[in-house]
Ligand binder design. Structure first.
Ligand SMILES: C[S@@+](CC[C@H](N)C(=O)[O-])C[C@H]1O[C@@H](n2cnc3c(N)ncnc32)[C@H](O)[C@@H]1O
Length: 311
């Protein structure tokens, strides 16, 4: 998903890259886009410049590998790279820029307005179906009990919706990606998760039946209230298992009543059967009562990893 970065060790390429940065607006754009993913239109509103001017600066920064660019339906989003050599370089460079600079501070204030407008619109389009904060707080506590304090590494959240999993777990990851088919949901997720300072979390439009990732790319994969409504839950889990590293952990959260309503069978048995069908080994299955209802939480691993853990 990242733009191909030139080798930063080669002198002429480093000079070329530095030339790409040597402009006050481009530095301003980098400083802005390290806080999250913005569309060209949103960036224009924040910096108060015309689209052709802003697009030219964005193109130069992208070509030098300092910005990632991706399309989501009719919108093109930009952000600083969340991983790779250029992400470290951007971090170090921006650390030496005074964040109290009036232009940068003005950008921050305008960005907050633009992002909150986006959140309101997206929430309206979704009919705001987010669960209560109290329910989330209960789930966050259970997740931390089950996963422990250890770092979650690279995390993928499948069917991320408004991004509540990444809001709860993002701080424990080195890099996280939320995938969903719904653009309004992704817009809301960006607003909420990046608004909490978790800019290392990325959001992309993608299909859970054909995930746009290589095999064994993630240490942790989460699927929160997605399987019960899925036409083919075993296919979703099989695809999730493909992206999970050998020692990785898959975490599934489902509402008890939703599984019962869609399968007509005992939800514990249904969840077990789905996981068996995907080739993963269930290592933990736990019912939990949250303010938002009775839930099941399952942790699964590749069979080899769970056997090693049991020794
Ligand atoms: C009930 S919501 C759960 C959202 C989030 N995980 C949470 O718990 O708040 C289910 C999500 O799955 C997404 N979804 C449904 N089918 C999908 C597919 N084929 N690929 C990716 N996401 C999908 C929906 O757009 C929706 O955001």
């Amino acid at each position: 998903m990242h733009a191909e970065s030139p080798n930063i060790g080669q002198v002429d390429q480093v000079v070329q890259a530095l030339k790409g940065l040597a402009d006050p607006t481009r530095l301003r754009l980098l400083s802005l886009l390290r806080h999250g993913e913005l569309t060209v239109g949103e960036i224009c509103r924040v910096v108060g410049q015309s689209q052709p001017r802003v697009s030219r600066h964005l193109r130069l920064l992208s070509e030098a590998g300092f910005l990632d660019r991706f399309r989501e339906q009719q919108c093109v989003y930009y952000r600083t790279p969340a991983t790779g050599a250029r992400s470290g370089w951007v971090r170090e460079l921006l650390a030496s820029v005074d964040s109290r600079d009036p232009a940068l501070q003005r950008d921050q204030v305008r960005m907050a307005v633009v992002v909150s407008d986006r959140g309101r619109t997206a929430a309206g389009q979704l009919g705001q179906s987010s669960p209560s904060e109290a329910g989330d707080a209960g789930l966050a506590a259970v997740l931390h009990e089950e996963l422990g304090p250890m770092a979650l590494g690279e995390l993928l959240d499948i069917g991320t919706g408004a991004g509540r999993m990444l809001e709860m777990l993002g701080a424990q990851t080195s890099h996280a990606v939320g995938i969903d088919l719904s653009s309004p949901a992704l817009r809301l997720a960006r607003t909420r998760v990046h608004g909490r300072g978790l800019a290392h979390c990325e959001f992309h439009r993608g299909d859970m039946y054909a995930l746009p990732f290589e095999s064994a790319a993630f240490d942790t994969v989460t699927i929160d209230r997605v399987l019960a409504a899925a036409e083919r839950p075993v296919a979703v889990l099989t695809e999730a298992a493909r992206t999970l590293r050998a020692a990785g952990r898959l975490l599934v959260v489902e509402r008890f009543d939703d599984i019962e309503a869609c399968t007509g069978a005992n939800p514990l048995q249904s969840l077990r059967a789905w996981l068996d069908g995907s080739g993963l080994r269930l290592t933990r299955l736990r019912p939990c009562d949250l303010a938002s209802g009775h839930h099941l939480l399952a942790v699964a691993q590749h069979a080899v990893a769970s056997a090693a853990g049991a020794q």
